[in-house]
Design a protein around this ligand. Sequence first.
Ligand code: BES
Ligand code: ZN
Length: 481
Amino acid sequence: MTGVEGQDGSRTLQERSWKLEIDAYVEAHHEEMFQDLAAWCAIPTVSSQSEHRDDVRRGAQFALDALRARGCGHGELVETTGHPVVHARFGEDPARPTVLVYGHYDVQPEDPVDEWTSPPFVPTLRNSALYARGAVDDKGQVWAHLAAFESLMASGGCPVNLIFFLEGEEEIGSPHFHEAVAARKNELQCDVAVISDTTMTDPDHPAICTHLRGIVALECHVTGPSADLHSGEFGGIVANPAEALARILAALKDPDTGHVLVPGFYDDIPPLTERERHALAEVPFDEEAMREHAGVDTFVGDPQYSLVERLWAQPTLEINGVTAGYQGEGSKTIIPKHASAKITCRLVPNQDPMTIGRRVADFCESLAPEGVRVKATVQSGGNPVVAPLDSPYVQATADALEDVYHAKPSFIREGGSIPPADLLQTALGIPVILVGFGIQEENYHAPNEHFHETSFMQAVRVIARMMHAFSTIPRTERSKP
Ligand code: BES
Ligand code: ZN
């Protein structure tokens, strides 16, 4: 339990009073908080599309203004070669721990737009949830941190020094985030980073995430004739790049187990220990609900691993897009001159993105059938994340979660990636706490993305409690990882 306990196990009056104040504040103000979040979600901060460049900046400015209005004295946009990073700070008290909140204000593209029940950038409250692109990933979860800060300020003050560092390029692989970290390294010195951009296994069971997969992205280009050719005139004597690409892609994985056939792909991975497998088996995970949500008849993969192990603790190779030949109405009898595929691999601890990317690229090139040229390029990568378990901040977070949910948090892994988490741990030498409030059914990256109002309110209450719990950790125990 959080805080000081009396002999009879009751909490001190002082602790009870700030909790009551915070909970009352959240109860009284959650509608305005959610309205403000809706206004933020109305700004289409799609980082991947240059037409939205000004919108992305507007989204950054909106967050900065909101932070300033709530009491962050220092705040500005940190310029990078790409979209800006929001940097705001409250408090300079050396006696208190300094907590860095990382999150992202950029969002995924909204397509396919006709599958949305309400337009993606017209935030709509429906079924006690806010429907909008970015509602859960990650504006809603970032806004919970802002709202927690607001609640603390209104209930006796914020007990820690707080740094907000909000990125606008997370959804495109954070290509310039390191520039902002390097530019602000001194100002970012802190004791711990908190990231709310992950999920819980269900809305009533809180979770702390200990591992995220890394990622590497590649493109494989196959070229053949110098122009599209008439398939009647040349069919049978000229190699077809679309067919060559299909052969290459089909050779990357074992069709039965999904085992990646790239030489060296698994070389650097230590096998899961019995303890790790046991811990993963303990996580409450509704396979049937997940299958239904995905809309598939059956799951696939290597039967020697459980579903959770396949998702969270094994690497993958996925073909994300294939382009070749004629895509318009009707048929067109050609041998296309070019074919290409976009590929990403999710990686697990100890796999280096660039090394694995090169191994995959080399293998693709080695598979080139006669008559075509194959060039595979590694585009970008991000490290897997291992968050510490032994930090006192983890225990404080677990206590805060239990206090609000009346359930102990599960220690989960996630299949998704947040490359800046590892960058912050490494560059600043601090532990990162991954405590997320989304659920998978809230349609990450998909049409009808939403965030439940109760999840938002619980998140605000948890985060406020975390800050109080962090402030009581003795200086000597504020260990670095
Ligand atoms: N919030 C997600 C990461 C996530 C999703 C974690 C689901 C856990 C469960 C994040 O915004 C994201 O989508 N990251 C990208 C990173 C990539 C573009 C480098 C991802 O995982 O695809
Ligand atoms: Zn995302």
